[in-house]
Design a binder for this molecule. Structure first.
Ligand code: SAH
Length: 222
């Protein structure tokens, strides 16, 4: 077990090279390289931390595949002065990556157990520029809006209106759109134009757990 750190480091470097070959921007790779993904996994899954795979994190939820984290973070186009809203804290890995890139991250998770263990891990890694809330993230975080960026890591049949409303000037939201019964969901980038209207751009096909909430999937799926 103690030999793992060096081996993880090597595996992490290989993974970053793969992501770089895919055209992922350097600021995203730098942020991801600073966050040890193994720290977010249960002992039984740590050895798979630097494989490009989604893995279980408890409560039937999963940590996203590194390639998808990279693609979504790249598409979000985060800058140092940004205020970011993240929906679906899960294990906190994506939160940590966003914290390395933005001024402040507001993260919402519906399961208290996941939110609390994410908080512990982030504290252990000395990541502190975030605030967390347990609740229905499909409604956003009204008291803190507007946001420069919104990242949703659970799939919704439609883009929640509350989240679009909380997108500030030049705001960007990345979210998987589609029903659970569909084989894949469509990863979408929504952006607020200068005239206030919303544009959209299709990024690729992904597979995510459902966004369970008032403006997401209303009946508990699976
Ligand atoms: N970024 C996370 C992804 C976890 S999976 C990670 O890499 O670990 C998606 C997460 O979204 C799950 O933890 C799930 O509980 C959460 N989720 C689903 N619907 C939600 C909602 N309406 N509000 C907040 N979190 C939600």
């Amino acid at each position: 077990m103690f030999a793992d750190r060096a081996s993880f480091q090597l595996q992490s470097e290989r993974l970053m090279q793969t992501l770089s070959d895919l055209g992922i921007r350097k600021d995203v790779l730098d942020a991801m390289a600073k966050v040890p993904r193994d720290a977010f996994l249960a002992p039984a899954f740590k050895h798979e931390a630097y494989k490009d795979a989604a893995l279980p994190i408890g409560e039937s939820q999963t940590i996203s595949q590194p390639k998808v984290v990279a693609l979504m973070t790249h598409a979000l186009d985060v800058a140092k002065n940004h205020k970011v809203l993240e929906i679906g804290t899960g294990c906190g890995y994506q939160t940590a990556v966003l914290c390395k890139m933005a001024r402040r991250v507001f993260t919402v998770e519906r399961f208290e157990s996941l939110s609390e263990s994410a908080d512990k891990r982030l504290q252990q890694l000395a990541v502190s520029n975030y605030v967390r809330q347990v609740g229905d993230g499909s409604l956003g975080w009204v008291g803190q809006a507007p946001f420069d960026r919104i990242m949703v890591t659970a799939a919704s049949p439609q883009p929640p209106q509350a989240l679009l409303d909380q997108l500030g000037e030049d705001g960007v939201m990345v979210i998987p759109i589609g029903k659970q019964e569909d084989e894949f969901q469509r990863l979408m980038r929504y952006y607020r134009r200068t005239d206030g209207s919303i544009g959209e751009y299709y990024l690729g096909d992904v597979r995510f757990v459902p966004l369970v909430g008032k403006q997401g999937v209303t009946a508990e799926a699976g």
